[in-house]
Ligand binder design. Structure first.
Ligand code: OGA
Ligand code: ZN
Ligand code: ZN
Length: 395
């Protein structure tokens, strides 16, 4: 059996087209494949740069991007990989790309660079940055409003938002609804019981602490929802009142500090569900969930810290005091000067932050000393990552 294929070095007029993998994200143009052979129930591949890998037959069959296996318009998968492939295909290298002729007559073509990027155990490149906890020197990325309206500026802003969990837009117009216009460039506004777009100013008959003039200790918004909004945007229209400075602290950083200082407290706060609740005349929105959710590696997934939205603490008697002391320690860490960022938002500036990670608050202000007015809305994080991937397609 001839189970090895060698490169056919030069393209001829009769060569098939370069394989199309049905992806809108550009993939690497190379390196070319230099060898493909059947091995260990799969196909062993070698590229021009010496990298080698083996891909199982079913994986290869599953990733065929022909029009029968991937819908030509939607690019969605049509092939259903439920049966093991027992009959090996014959292998060909055409212009450095892989072609498999399956025993049932089906033909699959794979682009060498696409395969190269998908070697098992190798991270697929991504336009979306990893999250990075704040360091002592952290200052938020500032992108001017006019830069944000360009693809490069928007990309910088989105990258900072996803990496740091906080970013500013500066020098914007002082006009109502600008927050909605900016948000809608990214995705549809995420509506809540406070509407899709809300006004933060002291109001008569407030139904929320934010709508008073009192100081707001660090918190996330809407921890009483099963899915609190991902990203919050606050656009400053007026800030003449004395006080009202904005406060922020990075949950990713504070959770690390808590882990160092008192791992048992972190375990209590991440393993003990408690109740959160918002109630007014028309709503009663409540959820039971831990203050900190960690992933299987111990990294922060989400914070639910908001002391005024916390409901009655309903826990077994022997857990109550230990829960309160763990909570007090977390509170102290968040509110320590080393972890807090404080600045005054100016009219025409918009701060945005990851509401699952970065806590926000404000100092008390005096509504008799001048007006303070922010307009806010929320977005789903999926819309930020999507927008960044789309913008990255053209780089
Ligand atoms: C809010 C909030 C902060 C501020 O509206 O949720 O926390 O600066 N506002 O008023
Ligand atoms: Zn196919
Ligand atoms: Zn808030």
């Amino acid at each position: 059996m001839n189970n090895a294929a060698q490169t056919m070095p030069t393209a001829t007029k009769d060569s098939p087209q370069t394989p199309e993998m049905g992806e809108l994200t550009p993939y690497q143009t190379g390196p070319a494949l230099t060898q493909a052979m059947l091995a260990h129930g799969g196909v062993a591949l070698e590229w021009q740069d010496g990298q080698q890998t083996t891909l199982p037959l079913l994986w290869l069959r599953d990733h065929c991007a022909c029009q029968e296996c991937r819908h030509p318009q939607t690019r969605e998968r049509l092939y259903l990989p439920l049966e093991a492939i027992t009959e090996p295909p014959s292998l060909l290298l055409l212009d450095g790309h892989l072609q498999l002729n399956w025993q049932d007559g089906h033909v699959s073509a794979f682009h060498s660079g696409w395969l190269y990027q998908r070697r098992p155990n190798i991270m697929l490149p991504s336009a979306v940055p990893d999250t990075k906890p704040w360091e002592d020197s952290f200052t938020p990325e500032r992108v001017s409003h006019s830069d944000f309206l360009t693809p490069q500026g928007e990309k910088s802003w989105l990258t900072a938002m996803l990496r740091d969990g906080l970013a500013l837009i500066t020098d914007g117009p002082v006009v109502e609804e600008e927050v909605s216009r900016l948000a809608e460039r990214i995705g549809p506004l995420r509506a809540t019981n406070f509407g899709a777009r809300f006004d933060v100013r002291s109001k008569p008959n407030p139904n929320n602490a934010a709508y008073t003039a009192i100081g707001l200790p660090l918190h996330i918004d809407l921890p009483n929802w099963r899915q609190p909004p991902d990203i919050q945007l606050l656009y400053c229209l007026q800030n003449e009142a004395s006080g009202g400075e904005s406060l922020f602290a990075d949950g990713a950083r504070v959770v690390e500090a808590l882990r160092q200082q008192d791992p048992a407290a972190l375990a209590i706060l991440s393993k003990t569900p408690i109740d959160f609740r918002f109630q007014d005349e028309t709503h009663d929105i409540s959820i039971r969930a831990p203050v900190i959710t960690l992933d299987s590696e111990g990294a922060l997934v989400e914070m639910r810290l908001n002391n005024w939205i916390r409901d009655a603490l309903h826990l077994p008697l022997e857990q109550i005091d230990t829960w309160y002391s763990a909570y007090a320690l977390l509170w102290k860490l968040f509110h320590s000067e080393a972890h807090q960022l404080e600045f005054t938002l100016r009219p025409g500036q918009m701060i945005a932050f990851d509401n699952h990670r970065v806590l926000h608050g404000r100092r008390e202000f005096d509504p008799n000393s001048g007006a303070r007015h922010l307009q806010g809305t929320y977005l789903d994080r999926d819309m930020l990552t999507s927008r960044l991937r789309v913008l990255a397609r053209n780089v």
